[in-house]
Design a protein around this ligand. Structure first.
Ligand SMILES: Cc1cc2nc3c(=O)[nH]c(=O)nc-3n(C[C@H](O)[C@H](O)[C@H](O)COP(=O)(O)O)c2cc1C
Length: 319
C-alpha cells in the first residue's frame, strides 16, 4: 500500500486538529521552534511550539515564523511551572493560536479560560488520576505520558504500556499516548490499546528541522539501549542522556543529596547549554529511552513516511 494513502483507524484526534496523521510532534524546550512545528505540520501531523524555554517575545517571533512557513494549524505547549505562563498565553492568543497543550501543573488553572477563548485544550498527565482530573477540568483530549519519555516526567514511574491499560475505557475524551513511541508498530499497539493518536518527542528532536544543536543530535544517534536514566526526583524528575553532568547528579543522589544540593549542581541554564549550545558533557540533555532507536538525522517528512510504512507493515503482519 502507498503510505501516502494510508487509512488510519477511527480517530477523533484527526478531526479535532484537522490533520492527516494521528501524530503530534511534541512541544519541547530548546528543540521545537517554528521550523520544527511547521515541518511537522507540513508532514501532516500537529506541530507544537515548545514555549517552556521561550520568553514571550521569542514565542511571538517563533509563532510568526511557523506561520510564515506553513498554512497548516499549529499549536503551543505551555508548561505551567514557570512564572511567565499568563504572558505566554496572551501572546499566543494574540498571534491567533487556538491549540494549547498544557503540562506540568493543574489542568484546572487555565482550561476554563482557554475554552472561553474558543481554544482546543489538551493536558499532559502521567497518572490515571491526573488524566481523569484533566477530563473533569474540561479539556478536549489528554496526553498520557509514560516515564520512558524524554523531558520532565511523573514521579510515579508508570510505564506507557501500563498507563494505557490503567486508563483504557475510563475516559470519554480521546487519549493521545506519549513515551517511547518510535516506530509504526508502536503506533499500531497504541491504537490497539485505546489511544487515538501518539505524541512523539525524542524522534522529532533528532530531525533536521529541530533546533537541537548538531552535537546533541549526534549524541542521540550514538545512544545505546541503556543510555538514559530518570534523575532529580527530589527536584523535578527528568529523563537524561548519560553524560558527565548526569553522572554528577547520580553520584549526589547515591549519597542522598538534598533538594538544595541537587539544585546547586544543576545551577542555571544547563538545559540550554546542552540542547541548544551543544555542550554534550556538562549540559542537560533531555531524551527518552527510545533514543536508542535514533540512528540517523531524518527530515520531519522522512520520519513521518517511515512511521507510516512501518505502521502498514506491522498491520499486515498481524492480519
Ligand atoms: C528535549 C525534550 C524537551 C521536552 N520538553 C517538554 C516541554 O517543554 N513540555 C512538555 O510538556 N514536555 C516536554 N517534553 C516531553 C515531550 O513533550 C513528549 O511528551 C515526550 O518526549 C514523549 O516521549 P518520547 O520522548 O519517548 O517520544 C520534552 C521532551 C524532550 C525529548
Amino acid at each position: 500500500m502507498n503510505s501516502n494513502k494510508i487509512k488510519w483507524p477511527n480517530s477523533r484526534i484527526l478531526e479535532l486538529f484537522n490533520i492527516e496523521n494521528p501524530i503530534i510532534q511534541a512541544g519541547m524546550v530548546w528543540v521545537s521552534g517554528g521550523n520544527l512545528a511547521a515541518a511537522a505540520a507540513d508532514a501532516g501531523c500537529l506541530g507544537l511550539l515548545g514555549a517552556g524555554s521561550m520568553h514571550p517575545e521569542l514565542l511571538k517571533e517563533q509563532i510568526k515564523k511557523a506561520k510564515s512557513l506553513t498554512k497548516k494549524p499549529i499549536g503551543v505547549n505551555i508548561p505551567l511551572l514557570y512564572n511567565k505562563t499568563e504572558e505566554q498565553i496572551k501572546v499566543a492568543l494574540d498571534e491567533g493560536i487556538r491549540i494549547f497543550f498544557t503540562s506540568a501543573g493543574s489542568p484546572k488553572t487555565w482550561t476554563p479560560f482557554l475554552k472561553k477563548e474558543g481554544c482546543i485544550v489538551v493536558h499532559v498527565a502521567s497518572t490515571p488520576e491526573f488524566a481523569k482530573k484533566s477530563q473533569d477540568a474540561g479539556v478536549d483530549a489528554v496526553v498520557v505520558e509514560g516515564f520512558e519519555a524524554g523531558g520532565h516526567n511523573g514521579r510515579d514511574e508508570i510505564t506507557t504500556l501500563v498507563l494505557l491499560q490503567q486508563i483504557y475505557n475510563k475516559l470519554t475524551i480521546p487519549i493521545i499516548v506519549a513515551g517511547g513511541i518510535g516506530s509504526g508498530a508502536a503506533i499500531l499497539a497504541a491504537f490497539a490499546m485505546g489511544a487515538e493518536a501518539v505524541q512523539i518527542g525524542t524522534a522529532f528532536a533528532a530531525t533536521k528541522e529541530s533546533s537541537a544543536h548538531e552535537n546533541f543530535k549526534m549524541a542521540m544517534c550514538k545512544a545505546q539501549f541503556n543510555s538514559t536514566f530518570l534523575r532529580m526526583k527530589k527536584l523535578v524528575p527528568v529523563r537524561l542522556l548519560e553524560n558527565e553532568f548526569a553522572k554528577k547528579i547520580a553520584q549526589a543522589e547515591d549519597s542522598c543529596a538534598t533538594k538544595d544540593q541537587l539544585q546547586e549542581i544543576l545551577g542555571k541554564g544547563r538545559a540550554k547549554e546542552g540542547m541548544l549550545n551543544g555542550n554534550i558533557q556538562e549540559g542537560e540533555l533531555e531524551v527518552g529511552q527510545i533514543v536508542s532507536e535514533v540512528n540517523e538525522i531524518l527530515s520531519c517528512n522522512k520520519l513521518v513516511q517511515k512511521l507510516k510504512h512501518e505502521y502498514i507493515a506491522a498491520k499486515q503482519s498481524i492480519l
